[in-house]
Design a protein around this ligand. Structure first.
Ligand SMILES: [Zn+2]
Ligand SMILES: [Zn+2]
Length: 497
């Protein structure tokens, strides 16, 4: 397990292509067909076995997906999510004791409108994907991203989680499932044909105006990711699914981990990159492909003819430095080529992360966009308060430079930013005094640090979808009301006791 040694030998072994002379490290009989890492040479059969085992092991280790549970597979058409789809098929076709026992369905979010594809191109892509989906026999949904404009506000609220989180619940569910002979029900799902999608041109225009209002590609990508996730969660909820499987590979997650840090999403890292993501409460997002590198997936898909469909994204054909996400991706790709073991080290870090307990247990409001616990009220030593201080400093750049630096401001939720438009009663107390001219727009007070940065890059907040704006109104009205009646409220009883 010496990583230094691995790095030193890396370049040597990269030149060593699999050949007939090299043997499979597993069965020591057949010739190697694929070399995943230096020293890991597999024959075709053993590679397949290893790949399939890894998927089952990931699900088995985490014990989150219950037998008979409806699981929605989010398939983008890319190699990784298509590989995930084929693994689920594989798992369902296994003999009894190894068989996966959940009920899969597929969802494809058609983002063609967001990236300016023509109606014909979108239709062609959807046709190709539908052929792939039909072949699986699973029910599937094709949802145009435009539908995000019609979502209800409930999507940005965290619903109470399912009661099945207790220890031992998984085993009980399996036993119950086996007793009730549930195994016969797994394949009984009917595949329904969804009617071909009709997208109104006006909706596509609104979506494009929304994404176009982002002044940077970084913000545009963040916004698109957020909208996509909202639509996925809503689709799962309305179709009765309780888990959503995402196809993020280990390479993808390494990129996400590093770019999330750069984007100020440190507090949300565990949610953004972990195996399971419970921020939405009743709908859990899971990432069963997180142990596979992009390279492994590419090999597997090619050797076992797993179909995938190319779909253009925002980043397609953009330069390395066009966005933080794109730059991180090119960095990780180059890192992978020169130092193969470091990428998995980055990714392993994500396994050890836990969400900020102090934030999660606070039970307060969640970010209006990413639905994570608000990190803006954390403590004074956060990147958020550092930014606030430096903003204040740059504003107070005046001849009287000798002034001492202002104190760290109180958490945003206690200050004027929480009150819609109204100046807070704290005017003399230093909080609002320096920020009179540039009082932050009220909507920003409802966002985590990172989402505030994204919204700051929009030319207007008015272009945000109705479900976000109306929920913002509701929260601002509520906190304003709370502020108004604050003097009449009883003190926290915990303090008195
Ligand atoms: Zn072998
Ligand atoms: Zn957020």
């Amino acid at each position: 397990m010496c990583q230094v040694e691995e790095e030193y030998h890396g370049p040597l072994q990269r030149e060593e292509l699999p050949s007939v002379s090299k043997q499979c490290m597993k069965c020591k009989e057949a010739g190697a067909a694929v070399v995943i890492r230096a020293g890991d040479a597999y024959c075709r059969g053993c590679f397949k076995e290893y790949f399939i085992h890894k998927f089952r092991a990931m699900l088995g280790k985490n014990r989150l997906i219950f037998p008979g549970e409806k699981v929605l597979l989010a398939v983008s058409g890319g190699p990784s999510s298509c590989s995930m789809l084929s693994q689920v098929q594989e798992g369902l076709s296994q003999n009894a004791h190894k068989k996966l026992r959940f009920l899969p369905g597929i969802v494809y979010i058609d983002e063609g409108g967001a990236v300016g594809q023509s109606v014909e191109d979108r239709r062609r892509t959807v046709d190709q994907l539908q052929a792939v989906f039909r072949a699986t026999g699973f029910p599937f949904l094709v949802v145009p991203l435009e539908q995000v404009l019609d979502l209800p506000s409930s999507v940005v609220l965290s619903a109470p989680g399912a009661p099945e989180w207790k220890a031992g619940a998984y085993k009980a569910a399996v036993d119950h499932f086996l007793l009730s002979d549930g195994s016969s029900g797994v394949t009984a799902q009917q595949q329904q044909e969804t009617p071909p999608l009709e997208v109104q041109e006006a909706h596509t225009h609104s979506l494009q105006r929304l994404l176009g209002s982002a002044r940077t590609l970084t913000a545009r990508e963040e916004l698109l990711n957020t909208l996509r996730q909202h639509l996925l969660v809503h689709t799962a909820r309305s179709a009765g699914y309780s888990k959503v499987m995402l196809g993020d590979s280990c390479t993808r997650l390494a990129v996400k981990l590093l770019s999330s840090i750069s984007l100020g999403r440190g507090a949300q890292l565990a949610h953004d990159t972990g195996f399971s993501d419970s921020r939405y409460g009743d709908i859990i997002l899971v990432r069963p492909m997180r142990d596979y590198s992009a390279k492994e997936i590419a090999y597997y898909n090619r050797m076992f003819s797993v179909p995938s469909v190319f779909t253009a994204g925002l980043e397609t054909k953009t330069a390395d430095k066009s966005s933080i996400q794109r730059l991180t991706e090119s960095f990780v790709t180059k890192l992978q080529a020169d130092f193969p073991s470091t990428v998995s080290t980055i990714y392993r870090t994500s396994e050890k992360l836990q969400s900020c307990k102090s934030l999660a247990s606070a039970g307060g409001d969640r970010c209006l966009l990413c639905v994570c616990a608000l990190d803006t009220a954390a403590e004074n030593a956060s990147a958020f308060s550092a930014t606030l201080i430096s903003e204040q400093l740059s504003q107070t750049q005046s001849p009287e430079q000798s002034r001492p630096a202002p104190e760290a401001p109180p958490p945003a939720s206690q200050c004027c930013s929480a009150v819609g438009g109204e100046a807070c009663g704290n005017r003399g107390g230093g909080c609002c005094s320096s920020a009179e001219a540039s009082e932050p727009p009220p909507l920003r007070s409802l966002l985590c640090y990172s989402c505030q940065l994204t919204i700051k890059d929009l030319s207007s907040e008015e272009v945000l979808p109705h479900y976000i704006l109306s929920e913002a109104q509701r929260r601002l009205r509520r906190s304003q009301l709370r502020e108004e009646i604050r003097d009449f409220l009883l003190e926290d009883e915990a303090d008195e006791g």
